[in-house]
Structure formats: C-alpha cells, structure tokens
Design a protein around this ligand. Structure first.
Ligand code: F6R
Length: 591
C-alpha cells in the first residue's frame, strides 16, 4: 500500500514531508524514509518501523533542503528492512524514487538491467524504476520518466527527484492514488489528501496514465505520450481539525463517537444531492462488491434493497469476483462499496463489470477517489476523514447510504426517510454505553476466542463485531449465523467461550433466543446485545448490553456500536496500537 509525499518550494522540506508521512501512516508502517536534495547532493535516510523511528534518526541533523520526497511502507516485495525501505536510488545516487503499488514485470526488467551490469541493493520492485530513469536520463527528468513508464506493467504511483534538476519532482499515477497539492511558490504530491491538508486545500487528483511535473512555480500534467492534459483544481471541503484526535485517546474512539454526526451528515448530504439518475427497479439484479467492513455493510444493504426495491441482490467479495466466471451484463447494477475509494480489489472488480456492460455505482467516502471517478454513478457517505485503521463511522455512514438507496423511489420512501432521521439521536444514546463496555472489556480481555452470533440483519453485524475484535485486539473471533451453529461451530462452546449474541426484537427474535439456550446448555458465556427493557433476554444472559429500541430495519445501527466499543476497550486495555494494528493498512492498494 504505502504512502508517498513530495514537496518543492521555499520552505524547509523535511518537517513538511515528515508531517505528511505521519498523516499517511495509516497506509502502512513497516518502514519509512526520505530523500532530500541539498547543495547538489542527494541525502537519503530510512529506518525500519514507524515514522517516529525515522524522526528520531533525523533529530538534530541540520537539513535545510527545499525539495524532498518521503515514503511510509507496507511491505509487498521484499521484507521490511532498511535496504528495502524507500526511497530507492540509482547506482550513482543521483535519482531517488518513492513508490506505491506493484511493478508486475519487475523481475524481467531486473534481469535485463543486471545483464547491462547494473547492481541491485534491495529485493524490491521499486529499485528498477530508479535504475531505468537514470539510464533514460538525457537532461530532462520528465522525458526520462516518460520513457520509463512505457516499460512498466502493474498498478503503481511513484515520485522521483534528481540532483540534476533540484527544483523538480515528477510523479506518475497508474492504478495507485496520487494527488497534487497546489500552494503559493510551493507544490506538493501525496498519496492521499490528508497528508497535505494543513498546507493547501487546492488539489488536483491525477487519473491513471497521468504524470505531474512539479516545480515551486507550477504544475503541469501530461499523459504517458507526453501530451499536456488540462485538469481542474478541486477545493477540498474537509477541515484539518476533523482529522485531529480532539481530546480522545485514539482516533478510533473519536470516530466511534462521531457516528451520530457522520450518519446525520450522510443523510443530509444524500437528501440535498436530490434524485438518483436511475431506479434500482431498472435492473435485473444488483451486485454489491466490497471488502472487509464495507462488505459487511453490503450484506445488510442486500436485505433492505430486496425488501424495498424487490430487486434480487448479491454481495460478493471484490477479491473473489474478478477471477470467478460471474455472468455480468448490461442488466446489472454493480455497486462498489469502499470507504477509501481506492481499494484495488474493488476498483478492478468494478472495471471488470463495466467492461461487460454493467452500470457501476460507487458508494465511497472519499470524493474524487479512483472508484468515484471511474464509476457511472456515485453516492457519498459524508463521514469525513477516517484515520483509525478499523472502520467505524464509515460503516454506519455506509449503512445510511445503503438504506437511502434501497428506499429511494419506493412507496415507503418518505416514511423510511423519516425513520432514518431518528438514527443520530439513537446513536447518541448508544454511546452512553462506553463505560459499561469498558468494564466488560476488563472482565473478558484475557479470553483467547470469541464467537459472535446473529440472524437476519444481525448476522452481518456479528461478522463486523468479530472483525473489529480480531483486527485490533488480535483475539481470535468468528462471526456466524446463529442458526448455523448447530451445524458445526457449537462443538467449540465450553465454559471458556464468550459468545456475543445480537438479539434485537425482530422477526427472528424467538429463534435467536432458542440459539442462546443452545449455547447455555453447553455452558458458554452469553453476552447479549438487545433492547432496553428486554427482561427475557436479560434473564438468560450472563451479560446484557441494552441498546435503545428501534424499528426492525434500523437495528444494525444501534447493535454495531457496542461491538465497536467492546473491541476498542479490549485492545486499549491490552495496551495495543489501536489506530495502527499490526500487519494492516487503512487503504489496501494491492491485490
Ligand atoms: C476493517 C477495515 C477493512 C476495510 C477494507 C475495505 O475495519 O477497515 O476491512 O473495510 O479494507 O476498505 P475500503 O472500504 O476503503 O474499500
């Protein structure tokens, strides 16, 4: 995945680049590095570990360079090590490259370069770019980059600087994200907008096949043939304040608490954006494609769409979609659900569906992201930037948008919209549970395994609760349809197994209570999430988490919040890195 930052201007580049990298750390944090040009020389510093290791190593070094590039890495090719950390340079140390994505034909290129006598210092795919640019350089960095990109295959973005032209950065986008920030007498490059938000809100989002040529005075965009491309400058509507922690210990907790606002803003945004340019009923089938938490939102959305629009709906993992023989046609609407709008599995799956004639709808949080730009239609969750790696407020915002999509144009649109408007206040009430969940966390944080069960709308919520726990606390957790338990997983239950059951009073309530009895009979520890005042449920539970009662359709909003809080408090009490759990990155731009 990785994050890239570049700066050229009149200020000292290093602090700006390090600040930008810190804001991109969610993209990966195995190693980090910077390259600066000072007094005609290339200075490269890199360290294994998080950005703070790099900052420590640079502490007190008197670099005054006005140009530089930086990188935070999530290892794909080559283990996390100093040699494999970016920036990578050519043999003479005149060119430095930072790169995000994968060069698929790098082994062939590496062999060709080796035959020409080039020696490699790392195991990365990136190093070939540095050597190729050096080889192709003839006094013009842009020209050398143009020659180089024609040889590269894969999905990637990179930035390059050279001592020969110490006021110029060239950035390339092909499949991985890259934006240009426009300043006064200074310009920026970054993988994502938050990296440069403190310095500018004027941004150009590059499209695939584009190259940015950046100096302090200007930015020119070209295609891979070297033809100039006219681009619009977008003014970013976010405020940097909303990307700071605001007094909370972790971004994740802050973002859990921001859910009433995220949901409210999403409703208001969707309503003000007006009618959809299509009707779900125009399609034979709806296919929803997503990964992780976004996939779980899709599973909930399926029930709503089938109920309100009556169109058969399937939800498929994006990573599974493209390589199966999925029959897709122009009668299908394919919805890509993605917080970042950059997840490569989702992006490729949508492109695959589009090539087969399907109409595509992006449901994204990041306006201007690749998935947004490449889809026929877009719907936005107005949740604001999400920094914690574990998705929380963007999940409930996705639910909001999916419910909106499902009811739009149906006979029950008005009534359903009135119900959606009540969600923020119900969420406020649910957040009051935080202290109770902290106490439960203390009691259960040493458990090795958890089961999460639910039926109907609560089944995807069980999956989401289990995902939250495993990704930030490293405790093994499984989500299961409660009725499936007796077909196998029930064998796992004994007196050490906490079983979290989501049991709102809905059409499957009685069935869920029977499933709880099955757990109790096997001596499992029963933690339930149910409606306030549900004495029956409380009586058969070891722990009862009471959320405010809502209409049947709305239960996922209120039942997911305590599961997010439980996972958060367990990970926090275990002293783990809640916002940046091991092995993960916020935006996954590799297959
Ligand atoms: C889990 C989580 C991931 C993402 C997944 C898709 O908390 O955040 O599972 O949901 O990587 O990301 P987006 O929605 O950006 O496509």
């Amino acid at each position: 995945m990785c994050g890239i930052v570049g700066y050229v201007g009149r200020e000292e580049a290093l602090p700006l680049i390090l600040g930008g990298l810190e804001r991109l750390e969610y993209r990966g944090y195995d190693s980090a590095g910077v390259a600066l040009i000072e007094k005609g020389k290339l200075i490269v510093d890199k360290k294994v570990g998080k950005i703070r290791e790099l900052v420590k190593s640079l502490w007190g070094k008197p670099y005054k360079a006005k140009i530089g590039i930086g990188h935070t890495r999530w290892a794909t090719h080559g283990a996390p090590s100093e040699e494999n950390a970016h920036p990578h340079t050519d043999e003479k140390g005149e060119f430095a490259v930072v790169h995000n994505g994968i060069i698929e034909n790098y082994l062939t290129l590496r062999e060709e370069l080796k035959k020409e006598g080039v020696s490699f210092r790392s195991n990365t795919d990136t190093e070939v770019i540095a050597h190729l640019i050096a080889k192709n350089y003839n006094g013009d960095l842009l020209e050398a980059v143009l020659k180089t990109v024609r040889k590269l295959e894969g999905a990637f973005a990179f930035a390059v600087i050279t001592v020969h032209e110490p006021e110029r950065i060239v950035g390339v986008k092909q499949g991985s994200p890259l934006v240009v920030g426009i300043g006064k007498g200074e310009n920026f490059l970054a993988s994502d907008i938050p990296a440069i938000l403190p310095y500018t809100r004027n941004v150009i989002t590059l499209s695939d096949g584009e190259i940015a040529d950046i100096t302090p005075e200007g930015v020119n965009i070209y295609d891979f043939e070297g033809n100039p491309v006219a681009k619009e400058i977008m003014i970013v509507p976010w405020d940097i304040i909303s990307a700071e922690k605001g007094g909370f210990k972790h971004f994740m907790l802050k973002e859990i608490y921001e859910q009433p606002k995220a949901v409210g803003d999403t409703i208001r945004g969707l309503v003000s954006e007006g009618d959809l340019p299509f009707s779900l009923k125009d399609f034979r089938r709806i296919l929803m494609i997503a990964c992780g938490t976004s996939y779980h939102a899709g599973l909930v959305g399926k029930f709503w769409i089938e109920k309100y629009a009556g169109v058969p709906t399937e939800v498929v993992y994006a990573s599974e979609f493209r390589y199966a023989d999925f029959p897709v046609s122009d009668e299908d609407l394919v919805v890509g659900i993605s917080q970042s709008g950059e997840t490569i599995d989702t992006k490729f799956a949508l492109n695959f569906a589009k090539e087969r004639g399907a109409k595509t709808l992006a449901l994204v949080n990041v306006v201007g992201s690749s998935i947004d730009r490449e889809s026929d239609y877009s719907l936005y969750t107005h949740a604001g930037p999400e920094i914690g790696v574990a998705a929380t407020k963007t999940f409930t915002a996705q639910l909001t948008a999916l419910l909106f999509l499902a009811v739009k144009g149906s006979e029950r649109e008005e009534e359903a919209l009135r119900s959606i408007m009540k969600i923020p206040s119900k969420l406020e009430k649910t957040l009051e549970l935080s202290e109770d969940l902290e106490n439960l966390a203390l009691k259960y944080m040493k458990k090795k395994d958890f089961l999460y069960l639910g039926r109907y709308l609560s089944y995807p919520i069980a999956l989401e609760g289990a995902l939250k726990l495993k990704e930030i606390s490293y405790i093994h957790a499984e989500g299961y349809p409660a009725g499936e338990m007796k077909h196998g997983p029930i064998a796992l239950i004994d007196e050490n197994m906490p079983v979290v059951v989501i049991a709102p009073k809905d059409r499957v309530y009685e069935k869920t209570l029977s499933n709880i009895e099955e757990v109790k009979t096997r001596k499992g520890i029963v933690l339930t999430v149910g409606y306030t005042g549900d004495e029956r449920l409380k009586k058969i539970s070891d722990e009862f988490i009471a959320v405010p009662e809502v209409e049947e359709d709305l239960s996922p909003f209120v039942t997911v919040v305590p599961l997010q809080l439980l996972a958060y408090h367990i990970a926090s009490k275990l002293g783990l890195d809640v916002d940046q759990p091991r092995n993960l990155a916020k935006t996954v731009t590799v297959e």
